[in-house]
Design a protein around this ligand. Sequence first.
Ligand SMILES: [Zn+2]
Length: 653
Amino acid sequence: MALFTRFFLICSLLLPGTVDFAQTPSVYDQHDAFAPLFYPAFGDAVRAADGTPGPAYWQNRADYKVDASLDTAQHAITGSVIITYTNNSPQDLSFVWLQLDQNIYNNASRGIAATPFGGGRWANRNAFNGGYTISSVSLVQNGQVQPVKYEVTDTRMQIKPGKIIHAKGGVISFKIAWSFVVPEYGTDRTGRLKTKNGWIYEVAQWYPRMCVYDNVVGWNTLPYLGQGEFYLEYGDINYNITLPSSLIVVGSGELLNPQEVLTSTQIKRWNAAKTSDKTVMLRTEAEVTDPASRPSGKANLTWKFKCINTRDVAWGASTAFVWDAARMNLPGGKKALAMSAYPVESAQDTAWKRSTEYVKGAIEFYSSYLYPFSYPTATNVAGIVAGMEYPGIVFCGVNAKKGGLWGVTSHEFGHNWFPMIVGSNERKYPWMDEGFNTFINTLAEKAFNNGEYKNNRGRNAQTLGRPFFGEGTEAILNIPDVTQPANLGTVAYRKPGFGLQLLRENVLGPDRFDSAFSYYVHKWAFKHPTPWDFFHCMENSSGETMDWFWRGWFINNWKLDMAVTGVSYVQNDSSKGSVITIACLEKLPMPVTVEVKETNGKTGRVTLPVEIWQHGSVWKFGYNSTSALEKVTIDPDNTLPDINSKNNSWPQE
Ligand SMILES: [Zn+2]
């Protein structure tokens, strides 16, 4: 039936015309674009073919108890951690791998050696020579500690406990004692900044963390070189920070002992903030230098935090913090607390005094769009780090203002969904967190405060063709350490982010896309999806096969060039209808919209599915016009990053 209909259309419409396609060669090949067997493996009981965790899905677990102290004279952190590791895999393990990411700051590190001459954002600065000093590694058994064999290779540590960690639930505990000096500039992810009223510490990658063991590669042990971020197991983390009582600490998760570390006034204000949608000052600018804004009587205090079901924790500490908070209203009546900690230098109405409003706006939006925010607090810390995310806490630039501060705050907290809730492998697939996050940021930007900071970025997608498909631009599916630093913004952020926008606006439509994307987030919340799981999941939920898009947009860097190549009339009579010829000149097909203007003043639009390109690079379709055509335009709203917009209209301008 389908064949017959097509034959009939061709017979009735393909009459002499003015097609000039022969002059415009196409590199498009439908056999490449729609080749079967896209997936490298069939689904199995662990990673099901429908893109969800299968009935035998497993994931190992890492729980941590950390005790650390900060020596503010030496800027040094000394601590110990007890890691309780649960092997839920179907295999016995005889060794484990951990990440020692502080070791990137050791002058002998691979990260420093592999930093291009001239430095860059991920470079070590000021010839700082840091890294971990490991003082002991022990096995904890029946309350006893016993030294165990371990080996450190750059940013990795292997521990051979001398016993098997049994499959399907075997548990082992290690205790590691360590120290390091906090770098002033720590690859723009951690560090410290001197302000008028003292140093602001932003502490991350600060305790040894388990590598992920999975059914994809086994142990994920790529070294930390700077550009690639993190891949971590979930668990509960209790951490205690001891430091001079003059410092305020903000950290991931719940503060367990506010009565010990806050003044009674601050506790009262904290409780007021829990019921206030307007920002409540916990510590005002005037109070920063007032000793009464800290509990008296003790030289040091221990701040106790707990973060449940998390892949990491980070914290900030300073004598200089102005501190404020407001309630966040989450789906299902849940509440959480948005907070900001910043120095007086940043306390302007055009800057950090609005930070908590931004935290609240961003998190409330993402919570209702995708999945409820999962921690009791969300804190934005102003410091040396320009923008970096951790569970329930982010570090944003101390000088950020207005839309810049909104943008970085929304972006860093957007990471609470990718990769904090959906725990993908950032060190290999940055687009699964940065790209997905960039996409949701554009939606949050439209929603926040009636579009206060909405900009026109991407409104004319044709301007994106050049950066997305430039000569030196790499494919999205590359590990970040291999992506050229100048391309990272395109390859890991903007192009994958725009890819989701194309799926939402041009392929599936907002309702189907939003439903499928939320389904992916819910299915993989607190789990470890691969790119294939994401692709499978989106296809199964939306019912649409999109291998042509995954292949062209993510795996290859296929360009997009749509064109209108000719117009003719049925029986050469413009009153009987017209035949429009369009072409796909580059390798990436897309569904298209074509706008037709007639000389009689009528305008109409035709939307064509991607399947038209299953027949080749040229497509003809009939249009029920009653007069000669004045103009035919493909992608009239400029939604496609078309590399050559000159051929998008007929007649060519
Ligand atoms: Zn990011």
